[in-house]
Design a protein around this ligand. Structure first.
Ligand SMILES: NC(=O)c1ccc[n+]([C@@H]2O[C@H](COP(=O)([O-])OP(=O)(O)OC[C@H]3O[C@@H](n4cnc5c(N)ncnc54)[C@H](O)[C@@H]3O)[C@@H](O)[C@H]2O)c1
Length: 280
């Protein structure tokens, strides 16, 4: 297939309507990218929570592609598991085979939280391994698959989702905090290696963003009224509310743009002015 003359972005973890992945895909499409949206399952994997989902017409990746195309953008979808060599290679190679190029990779997929949360003696080894496999091995495998192509073209943007949890202590989140600190270290080192190849490598560190993840955390904190719980937990955030997925997408879009050529190896915090652990 001949190379398209438009920039192409591949984004992982896009299956949920209210997720950072779907918001990023829509933002990059508005910015002129052809977007390849992906997830391990078409409608994403649920976090551990007890919230009944309201009936919705959302069909995961198919709905996201339709929404982008209705808005005048171009999109396609792939499914694959970022934590496996085959899954990561499949996602990257599918995008390159379809469009002949890959300009930006957004490592957004995140392990659903469940038994990884708690006092350390209660955390099963496989819960730790699962968080590390998706949050750390995933960006490694995806980047490893994309880098030869980006190097050969002398251009690329890699943006990974870390978290303020990679910079600060959050209670009962040892696995998650360790995984996001690893993403920051990985980003800084890879940025160094890629700097002379026209490939920038950065990560974004969101505070608490209103996605399935924040709703699940609120339920886990014991609130039965989700809206009241979210409002209560947002009070200590300096701006007084949770972030919106679109506000993270905006930071990702800057880092994925040609304008960001001199920004590499950075961990950009977007957290509403500070993250009190009780809000997360
Ligand atoms: N929401 C927040 O408050 C917040 C804060 C800081 C960092 N983050 C990070 O931002 C990213 C997106 O967060 P979100 O709140 O939209 O998460 P989310 O839980 O709503 O979505 C994560 C997506 O990753 C997908 N996924 C899980 N395992 C996968 C795998 N093996 N392969 C491919 N995809 C897989 C899920 O299916 C899901 O669609 C995550 O990396 C998360 O850790 C989120």
């Amino acid at each position: 297939m001949a190379e398209t003359d438009r920039r192409v972005a591949l984004i992982t973890g896009c299956g949920k309507e209210n997720g950072i992945g779907a918001a990023t895909a829509q933002k990059l499409a508005r910015d002129g990218f052809i977007v390849a949206v992906s997830d391990v399952a078409a409608a994403g994997v649920d976090n551990d929570n007890t919230v009944e989902k309201a009936p919705s017409s959302w069909q995961g990746l198919d709905s996201l592609v339709a929404r982008i195309e209705e808005a005048g953008g171009s999109a396609t979808s792939f499914t694959g598991d970022v934590s496996t060599e085959d899954g990561a290679a499949h996602l990257v190679n599918s995008a390159i085979e379809k469009y002949g190029r890959l300009d930006a990779l957004v490592n957004n997929a995140g392990a659903p939280h469940g038994q990884d949360r708690g006092q350390i003696e209660t955390v099963p080894l496989d819960a730790w391994e699962n968080v590390m496999a998706i949050n750390v091995r995933g960006p490694f495998l995806m980047s490893r698959a994309a880098v030869p192509h980006m190097k050969s073209r002398g251009y690329g943007r890699i943006v990974s989702l870390a978290s303020v949890a990679g910079l600060e202590a959050l209670p009962e989140r040892a696995a998650y905090c360790a995984s996001k600190a690893a993403v920051i270290g990985f980003t800084r080192s890879l940025a160094y290696d890629m700097a002379r190849h026209g490939v920038t490598v950065n990560c974004v560190c969101p505070g608490s963003i209103r996605t399935d993840r924040a709703i699940s955390s609120t339920m886990k904190a014991g609130y039965t009224d989700v809206e009241a719980g979210l409002a209560e937990r947002a009070k200590p955030i300096p701006v007084g509310r949770h972030g919106k997925p679109e506000e993270i997408a905006a930071a990702i879009a800057y880092l994925a743009s040609e304008d960001a050529a001199f920004t590499t190896g950075q961990a950009i915090v977007v957290d509403g002015g500070g993250l009190p652990p009780s809000a997360f």
